[in-house]
Design a protein around this ligand. Sequence first.
Ligand SMILES: Nc1ncnc2c1ncn2[C@@H]1O[C@H](COP(=O)(O)OP(=O)(O)O)[C@@H](O)[C@H]1O
Ligand SMILES: [Mg+2]
Length: 309
Amino acid sequence: MYNTRARVDRPHGAPAGQKDARMPIVTSVINLKGGVGKTTLTVALAHFLAIEHRSRVLVIDLDPQTNATVCLIPELEWKARDEAGQTLYQLFADHLKGSRQFNADTAIVRNVSNVGGGVDGLDLLPSSLGLIKIQDRVTQLTDFESFQRGPIFILRDALADFLPYYDHVLIDCPPSLGIVTLNGLAFSDSYLIPVVPDILSVLGIPPILDRIEHFARATRRNIRALGIVISKMRAHTLLHTEMLRRLRDDFVDRRFPIVFETIIPESTRIAEAANVSAPVNTLIQKYGNGGPYDELSALAREYQVHVKR
Ligand SMILES: Nc1ncnc2c1ncn2[C@@H]1O[C@H](COP(=O)(O)OP(=O)(O)O)[C@@H](O)[C@H]1O
Ligand SMILES: [Mg+2]
């Protein structure tokens, strides 16, 4: 069922010299807090960009919890790929062991998702539980002050031949800024911060901004804070409406990035959409039915506007 269709126009590596001619927009979806909707937003945004904007999208799952992976391919397929060395574990293990088994061309799963039995142009680089132990070992080699000796370009280099094929790369980050996350940030143009509008989530925003700014400065890169996306909004609660108001009003003096106009409500339908085994044919079937189809569609449109600013 999944990913069996060959894609005729996919280049097996862009010719040398054309690598910089056309590069995707690379965005990390990040927050040091878990459970704020990072994975849900990454997966939804990828679907809407691929289907409603006809973009070629690569989702990179950097979280060892593999949530984005199992939202996009069946768990059994992921397990088989993990055992065959076709996940991000192998890439970082190669770096530690000096082996060269990781092959991006076979590791990238093409035309993933349960929508229509697979969405043209929606691809996935799967994660692995094994990333946890790798993270610790690679971290020991890293100088977090300057990143000079840190192996932060492993991922970018492994994907170099494939990136020009995509319009968008969306990186689902774990709730930490370890070396695996830094490998995503190291080739990101920008980042998006999903936030649940409550007190602890809002307090979590300045530390992310500070640490990414530090990383960007140390590596002499520009990583733009694209904005805050409010997720799991309960509009009928005073807490959420008040925190949203403060986020919108206070961001100027606190140097917060903009808050997206689009707000993703809390909805059971969105949690159910994580099931990749339920056969559906359209995005309305996946996210609609009283669910947040309209908001997610608007989010993708707003995202397109912000990344092109
Ligand atoms: N808008 C939403 N409405 C209802 N449940 C949501 C929504 N967004 C995420 N969830 C659920 O909340 C949990 C955490 O979301 P997830 O996207 O995995 O967060 P993170 O990646 O930040 O840890 C998941 O069970 C997910 O299904
Ligand atoms: Mg997640």
